[in-house]
Ligand binder design. Structure first.
Ligand code: FES
Length: 328
């Protein structure tokens, strides 16, 4: 174990030489800022004051030449080569409610949902505590680095279920699609601050596209289970290209059919009876100024996510009512 000391907060924690500084910080309950866990967002950047680290992914999109000159590293990619002192400002919002645990997990079932979305269920050793909306990192056979996938189920169900869209040629999804029940992986989680806020009195808007379906399904089910839908409305928007991508709203859970308003927005289906257009445009048409009165959760492809952020900003939605992970 290597001792990591933080400045200016003065917290310290142990980090296994094979772990990253971010994950060790979160395991120890230290609120190191982060979002993606895979080197894309840059939120976990720190300055190395003393000691040496190795970087897992040299080509991390969020780690530029300037960072390297200034001795700045990504917490989710940096592994300590010995004791270190690192500088970052801890964020109380990032202190994990359930510290992440790395443990073995076994694939128990595989169910196809649409032509390109499949649900994978894993049984994991150790606790299955997480919040609806969170993700876990899967270390898949033959794939370098972990892949983040969000759970679609609720904690306490004795399994970790993931609805994942197949990316043609994507190393992570190709490895997953090659697995069969009984195969084992290493699973690390939970992570994410984009989880369901049960204490918010506002109505909820959920927006999903592609693999973003998974965390939104979990949040919808979590809101129902927590009794939130007795006095709050939940509008679930699902964005896709054509009718072949549509999901059956029953996927959200049979008990949600009467509690949730479900709208599909299709961006490339001129003949459809569903709403036509991009997801963010359909949501803006429906809600306009009322958007800022909602708690808003979204997940999906980078382009969709950027368009939703812009729409929310223009509608005056406060940042603390927007909940999303920055996976790009
Ligand atoms: Fe490290 Fe996103 S780059 S959490």
């Amino acid at each position: 174990m290597n001792k990591i000391t933080t400045t200016p907060d003065g917290a310290s924690f142990d980090c296994d030489p094979n772990d990253t500084i971010l994950r060790a910080a979160l395991r120890a309950g230290v609120g190191m800022p982060y979002s993606c866990n895979v080197g894309s967002c840059g939120n976990c950047k720190f300055e190395l004051i003393e000691g040496e680290v190795s970087h897992l992914r040299e080509d991390s999109p969020a780690w530029g030449e300037r960072d390297q000159k200034r001795n700045r590293w990504l917490g989710c990619q940096a592994r300590p080569d010995g004791p270190c002192t690192v500088k970052f400002r801890a964020d109380p919002a990032c202190v994990p409610l359930h510290p992440p645990v790395s443990r073995p997990a076994e694939l128990t079932s595989v169910t196809q949902i649409t032509h390109d979305i499949t649900e994978f269920r894993f049984m994991a050793d150790g606790p299955d505590d997480f919040r609806p909306g969170q993700y876990a990192l899967l270390h898949l056979p033959g794939v370098k680095g972990a892949r983040p996938y969000s759970m679609c189920n609720l904690p306490g169900e004795d399994s970790w279920n993931f609805q994942i869209r197949r990316v043609p040629g994507g190393k992570g999804t190709e490895a997953l699609w090659a697995m069969t029940p009984g195969d084992r992986v290493r699973m690390d989680g939970p992570y994410s601050t984009a989880y369901l806020r049960e204490d918010s009195p506002r109505d909820l808007i959920l927006m999903a596209g592609g693999s973003g379906l998974s965390p939104m399904v979990s949040i919808a089910r979590g809101a129902k289970a927590a009794g939130m839908l007795k006095d709050r409305q939940l509008h679930f928007y699902y964005g896709a290209r054509g009718e072949q991508d549509l999901i059956d709203p029953i996927l959200l859970g049979e008990d949600l059919a009467d509690s949730v308003r479900f709208t599909a927005a299709l961006s490339d289906a001129p003949e459809t009876s569903h709403r036509q257009g991009f997801l963010h445009d359909v949501v803006a048409q429906d809600l306009g100024d009322a958007l800022k009165d909602h708690e808003i959760y979204f997940a999906g492809p980078a382009v969709m996510s950027a368009a939703i952020q812009k729409m929310a900003h223009e509608a005056g939605v406060p940042m603390d009512q927007l909940h999303f992970d920055e996976f790009y």
